[in-house]
Design a protein around this ligand. Structure first.
Ligand code: F6R
Length: 600
């Protein structure tokens, strides 16, 4: 939530670098954008409501052969409406420093009151702006001889930052072409290029410059200037040393290429993601299965799409390995931690590894001595760093706000893990390989055209329902989430058997109902449910290996045993994408949403 990007270097125009960095981070928030750079030793701020992707260029005077810094932000509003004034960066009373923030400053009301009393003038309604004025005060206090640069600037910034409560990441640009930054919660990583240094909320924006990154830990800060990056411990103010991590991702994997949207590109990447897992993950999964076997009480958690993968995991464990695993939403698990002991295992699923509801739950579980295993996409993320055992999803950068490839990756790993628990890892791998082949068929032109046709047919409906039983109940939930988040059609997923207990009252003549009917123990019951809906006027869209007379529209998906849930969801992802296009919505930037929910 909110993207921060900063550049200090002499290789390229700093404002241009920030513009490009922000475009890469736009998925983190697209209410408004802004950036700051220096001209004639003065900070220039440019900010506006709207999407950074619509900004073609910025008029800055190019500076050659000397180190120049610039800092920018894409906003997902928390405090204060979506206005130009509330967009970041913010400045102090004298417009000397520019500051950007990701997080929520919980004590900002008290801080603001005290600062107003001292005569500070506020220009925005944000919680962020208090930091500008705190720094202004600290610099006055600590740097009476106005040495507001280098370690002294960092020290003033550190003292101000330490007055904030909540989970925050803040960066400040000084008129001396320096950036200082600190974090207690939201992610920040630093890039170490040649004669250029970077700070970003996500390493993906650093990739065009360098693959050497440092993922800042909580309670660490940094000073970036022409001398490089100096890291600090926020509590002691002491300099610390850390070795950078080498990223394996390639730039190509994060660019749009021939696709109109990231959502579509990432849907098409899914067979590759699955084959990669089948080829390379056997040993890691076998090792994790050993951990699961030796635990006493296993919990599986996730939020949103990751919650649906976690729920599917609970069915996979039961069906394939006859093993009980307790499912919980990441945001609810914190209220269920009383049972945890040092023998408990929490399996946390997260694409970003930064979702605050997951992080809070994991931290609480750790306090109780439980072990943490994570299936996480982002190397170096908070979840990754705090896990005792981890498997990277290997999905590559997922830039569409709507999760697609990270979902199938989680399902694939869980399906193979369940087989490993049943001492038959090979059959899990075979089924995932089958699901991958089936997805390749779904992604063929003719099939995609058919899904597009269906989207056209049902796009004017206000409600769409989805049903599935057993392993395909999570598929129904996930399908509904995809449809509502990108097309804004109200979609709701149900366990197939539950509809007749109330929700069937919603079915009217022509109401589209998507029925997930793989060849498994749920087939006959889900078809009976579909028949009941059809007799009440429902328009039945069957996602199934076999045509059935109850289907008004049939989308065939080949059987892949227990991994069928992996291929079936792809049909819904495509349908959601085309519904969004039909309704003139941008599938990559659903309204009100941001990828990576780092605030409560
Ligand atoms: C839906 C979606 C969200 C995320 C959820 C968890 O398409 O993207 O529901 O799945 O916010 O995010 P991660 O996996 O990053 O923890």
């Amino acid at each position: 939530m909110c993207g921060i990007f900063g550049y200090v270097g002499k290789k390229t125009s700093a404002p241009k670098a920030v513009l490009e960095g922000l475009k890469t981070l736009e998925y983190r928030g697209y209410d408004s954008w802004g950036f700051a750079w220096l001209e004639n030793d003065k900070i220039v701020v440019k900010k506006a409501v709207g999407k950074i992707s619509n900004v073609k260029t910025i008029n800055s005077t190019p500076v050659r052969n000397s180190f120049v810094a610039a800092l920018g932000h894409t906003r997902w509003a928390t405090h204060g409406g979506v206005t130009d004034e509330n967009a970041h960066p913010h400045t102090d009373c004298n417009d000397k420093y520019a500051l950007v923030h990701n997080g929520i400053i919980e004590n900002y009301t008290e801080l603001k009151k005290a600062l107003l009393k001292k005569g500070h003038r506020f220009k925005s309604e944000t919680d962020t702006e208090v930091v500008n004025h705190l720094v202004e005060d600290e610099i006055k206090k600590t740097n009476s001889n106005s040495k507001d640069s280098g370690p002294l600037l960092f020290e003033a910034f550190r003292h101000s930052f330490k007055k904030l409560t909540g989970l925050n990441a803040v960066a400040l640009l000084s008129p001396n072409n320096e950036i200082v930054l600190a974090k207690t919660g939201s992610p920040l990583c630093l890039g170490l290029g040649k004669e250029e240094y970077l700070v970003s909320s996500d390493a993906v924006a650093i990739l065009p410059y360098t693959k050497e990154v440092i993922f800042l830990e909580d309670n660490q800060g940094a000073l970036i200037n022409s001398e490089g990056i100096k890291l600090y411990d926020l509590n002691s103010g002491q300099v610390i040393n850390r070795e950078p991590t080498h990223l394996e991702w390639s730039i190509g994997s994060s660019s749009l290429g021939k696709y109109a949207h990231y959502m579509l590109k990432e849907i098409y990447e899914q067979p590759k993601v699955l084959s990669h897992i089948v080829r390379n993950y056997k040993d890691a999964i076998l090792a994790l299965s050993g951990v699961v076997k030796s635990s006493y009480g296993t919990y599986i958690i996730g939020c949103g799409t990751a919650a649906h993968a976690a729920l599917a995991g609970s069915y996979l464990f039961s069906k394939i390995a006859s093993r009980h695993v307790n499912f919980s939403f990441g945001s609810e698990f914190i209220y269920l931690t009383n049972f945890l002991t040092p023998r408990s295992l929490v399996i946390a699923l997260s694409q970003s590894g930064e979702t605050i509801d997951i992080i809070d739950s994991v931290m609480e579980a750790k306090k109780r001595g439980a072990k943490i295993a994570s299936l996480v996409n982002n190397l170096g993320s908070t979840l990754y760093r705090n896990s005792d055992y981890k498997i990277l999803l290997g999905a590559g950068p997922e830039k569409s706000v709507c999760a697609t490839k990270s979902y199938v990756s989680k399902l694939a790993i869980l399906a193979i893990l369940a087989s490993a628990l049943a001492d038959d890892v090979v059959s899990g791998m075979k089924q995932v390989a089958k699901a991958s082949e089936s997805i390749e068929e779904i992604l063929r032109k003719k099939y995609v055209e058919n899904v597009k046709k269906l989207a056209k047919k049902i796009s004017s409906h206000d409600h769409i329902y989805t049903i599935g039983r057993g392993l395909n109940y999570p598929t129904a939930l996930e399908a509904a989430l995809k449809i509502k988040e990108v097309s804004y059609i109200h979609a709701e997923g149900f366990a197939g058997g539950e509809l007749k207990h109330g929700a069937i009252a919603l079915i009217e003549k022509g109401t589209p109902v998507i029925v997930f009917a793989p060849f498994d123990e749920t087939y006959d019951s889900i078809i009976s449910g579909a028949t009941e809906i059809k007799s009440r006027g429902g328009f039945i869209i069957g996602v199934s290996p076999k045509k059935n007379q109850v289907f008004d529209y049939w989308l065939p998906v080949k059987d892949a045993g227990s991994a069928s849930c992996i291929s079936q969801i792809v049909v819904a992802q495509l349908l959601a994408y085309f519904l969004a296009l039909e309704r003139k919505a941008d599938p990559d930037k659903p309204r009100n949403l941001a990828k990576s929910v780092t605030v409560k």
